[in-house]
Write a protein that binds this ligand. Sequence first.
Ligand code: GTP
Ligand code: MG
Length: 204
Amino acid sequence: MKIKSADFVMSNSSVAHCPSDPIPEYAFIGRSNVGKSSLINMLTQRKSLAKTSGRPGKTQLINHFKINKNWFLVDLPGYGYARVSKKDKKTFQKYITEYFLKRSQLLSAFVLIDIRHEPQPIDLNFMAWMGENQIPFSIIFTKADKLKPKAIDRQVQAYLKTMTDDLWEEAPQYFVTSSLKAFGRDEILSYIDGINIEFYKQQL
Ligand code: GTP
Ligand code: MG
């Protein structure tokens, strides 16, 4: 899929105020600093469409970006950022959960996992919650440029094994990416394109 246009639409903290366009939507979620905003810039090939930072806790709102005038990419705040106050954390959590439970346009979420890290309870619990609530998601392993190919394979296989040993009958679909090297871009865009095509077919 070619990205012909990528436009920032709005930021807000309530699902009630998200854009009402009945078009396919995809959201990026994961721990603070995992690379959600960077990935949106990499996919759209726009350097600073989504705001990124070396400091965790940069994205604090629900941000809608309209792509090719017919689907949305959504950048969300990260979870698990220790330095956010308890009160703020609760507020974030409330609108992130509300977003996933109520946003009917959402066709698939992407849960981002830093490929260097061992499976963390916070991510596994979040995916279990997505499963319980029947919210479709796939995994995006980020920052693959930090590891050699063999280590990438090892980390991915170990991660998926943790999931199937634990709760899941099948490992979810996954992608390996590097925003720095634009690695994994075509795979994610063609996955989205496939879902969009099905969606628009059903509208006919
Ligand atoms: P929050 O908005 O705070 O939740 O973070 P985020 O998940 O949006 O992360 P962001 O995209 O802001 O990136 C965090 C840091 O990781 C930045 O310093 C990025 O440059 C770096 N980063 C993101 N993706 C990659 C990658 O693929 N490779 C490397 N080496 N660094 C990356
Ligand atoms: Mg961000």
